[in-house]
Structures are given as structure tokens and as C-alpha cells.
Design a protein around this ligand. Sequence first.
Ligand code: FES
Length: 164
Amino acid sequence: MASNKKTVPFYGTEEQKEQLLKVIQELRDEKGCLMPIMQKAQEIYGYLPIEVQKIISDELNVPLEKIYGVATFYSWFNLNPKGKYEISVCLGTACYVKGSGDIYNKLMEKLDIAGGECTPDGKFSLDACRCVGACGLAPVMMVNGEVYGRLTVDDIDGVLEKYN
Ligand code: FES
């Protein structure tokens, strides 16, 4: 789970808020409306930060803890935005046995974020993923879809520098 030790500033617009309030208005009387509203909210904002969860909580009169619980339980909700550069490290079996766990840990250390988080400047986000079909290149990581293979932890600085 995300550590939340770093947070990216929230830049929601009035227009996005209006859209969300409209969605809430439309769905609020339907049974089981919380999930669809949260999904729509994520579509509007691209992720589901605590500020957006608060709006939903206030409007529906549902405790924030409950909304936070749902948001953290289901993996399709993102509590953090994606970075300009989306890094994903393959933790599939072939990559894992060749050390992708170390690569992932090194990236968390270098970027000073946990998996699922984004650096406060919005530049890099970090996630783990399953097999991306490039097992011959294990261990593999991707940056915005560009594949880097046969990595060691010593390669990480060089890869990140390409995006600086
Ligand atoms: S396990 Fe990583 S690419 Fe297949």
C-alpha cells in the first residue's frame, strides 16, 4: 500500500468539481451508488486523491474512512496521479528471479516514493506490473512503454538520467 509520505499537490478545477457534483446528483438515489460515483470521479480527475474523496464523503454523507477503505481496497482506484514518466517494473516470475525486486527497491529509494506513488514534482510515478512478454530480456522495466531489459541496479541511474 502507498505510504503517503509524499503527496502531489492537488490541482482540481472548478469545472471538474461541477462535473463530479452533477454525477453525484444523478446517481445518489441509486442503490450501491458509491462505487460508480468513485469510478466516475476517477475518470474526471484521472485519479482519486483525498480531496476528491472528501467531496464525495460530504455530498453523500458517507464517512471518509469508508470511502478511503474502498479506494485502497480495489486496485483500479489510483490515489496518486501518474507521473509525466510512468515507470513500471515487471515483477513477473522470470524477471523476479533475475532480480527485478532489487530494481524496484532501488527505484523506490532513488525516487524517494513507494510503489503506486508519484514524485511531488509530478515527474515520475512508479508501479509494479506483471509479465509484459519480454521475459527473454529479464529483468525488465518500462518508462512510458519503452522497455529496458537485462538490468542491474547499477543501470538505474543511467535510465533515470535519460528523463532528466
Ligand atoms: S516476467 Fe517480466 S517480462 Fe515476463
